[in-house]
Design a protein around this ligand. Structure first.
Ligand code: ZN
Ligand code: ZN
Length: 287
């Protein structure tokens, strides 16, 4: 059983427990490593996104920043807490980020500067937002878009995923088929987009997570068995993530997910901390 998670969230962002509380739970579980990967979401229009008002209402609007300076300030404080915790525990704590990739020159420049300042250990690639006709749709909002636009938005979602994959910035990709959260993107129509994405994942060398957080709503993780089979066929490294937003979610459903991975042809789950692996895990440097 995997004794680490690299996809977790804490208070100060949209998690419900502090870094320290998460660490205590990881110790109880006998884990060797924990990585904190709070949201790094920077876009000048993000506070105009339909999602933003719900975030304010829910008290987690801190995950959204209009400028890189704003995000860097939040992460600097969070990483400082990690530095302090590192002195108190035997568990290796990694500094991560779950990054929303936006494919503009301005974003790339701002992001490189943020990386130079914050020096994270690893980066998770994600696309929670799709830009369409000047509106930033969150995956939750896709359901409310008119049917004809929904398809365009989903195509754009997969384009964003591929752009993030090809950026070479990321250690692994989060929840590939995120839109199934709102019941979209599961028909056969989307196989081609999924295959194209998996092909680029293979070429780029980025890894993929098997995200267990969806087990509580359905009976499968992200990505779906259909995509898991594609990943297995392409021999792409897959690691498990709980995407824990609370301490009691750490490692949750890892056993079910592992069984499911095996059933879909993924023979071994990727463990970046195994000694025999020599590949550099830290890929902050831009390719
Ligand atoms: Zn996410
Ligand atoms: Zn997450």
């Amino acid at each position: 059983m995997q004794k680490f998670s690299l996809h977790t969230h804490t208070t100060g962002f949209d998690g419900r427990n502090t870094e320290e509380e998460m660490l205590t739970r990881a110790e109880e579980l006998g884990w060797t490593h924990i990585g904190f990967s709070n949201h790094f979401i920077v876009h000048p229009e993000i506070k105009n996104a339909p999602m933003y008002k719900y975030a304010v209402k829910g008290g987690y609007d801190n995950i959204y920043s209009s400028t890189f300076d704003e995000a860097v300030e939040k992460f600097a404080a969070h990483y400082q807490k990690i530095d302090e915790l590192r002195r108190k525990t035997d568990i290796k704590i990694l500094k991560g980020m779950e990054v929303d990739y936006f494919a503009s020159k301005e974003w790339r420049e701002g992001f490189s500067q943020a990386l130079a300042e914050l020096k994270p250990d690893y980066l998770i690639g994600s696309a929670h937002f799709v830009e369409h006709k000047g509106v930033l749709y969150n995956s939750h909002d896709l359901k409310t878009a008119p049917a004809i636009e929904q398809n365009q938005l989903l195509h754009r979602y997969w384009q964003n995923e591929r752009a993030a994959v090809q950026s070479g910035l990321f250690t692994f990709m989060a929840h590939l088929d995120l839109m199934k959260k709102v019941g979209l993107g599961q028909s056969e129509e989307w196989v081609e987009d999924e295959q194209n994405t998996v092909r680029l994942i293979k070429e780029s060398g980025v890894k993929v997570e098997l995200n267990t957080s969806y087990f509580k709503f359905g009976n499968e993780p992200y990505p779906s068995p259909r995509i898991m089979k594609m990943l297995a066929d392409a021999n792409i490294p897959v690691l498990m993530s709980d995407d824990a937003h609370a301490a009691d979610q750490l490692g949750k459903y890892f056993d079910q997910a592992e069984t499911m991975a095996k059933d879909n042809g993924i023979k071994t789950l990727f463990n970046p901390f195994e000694k025999r692996l020599t590949m550099p895990f830290n890929n902050q440097t831009e390719r």
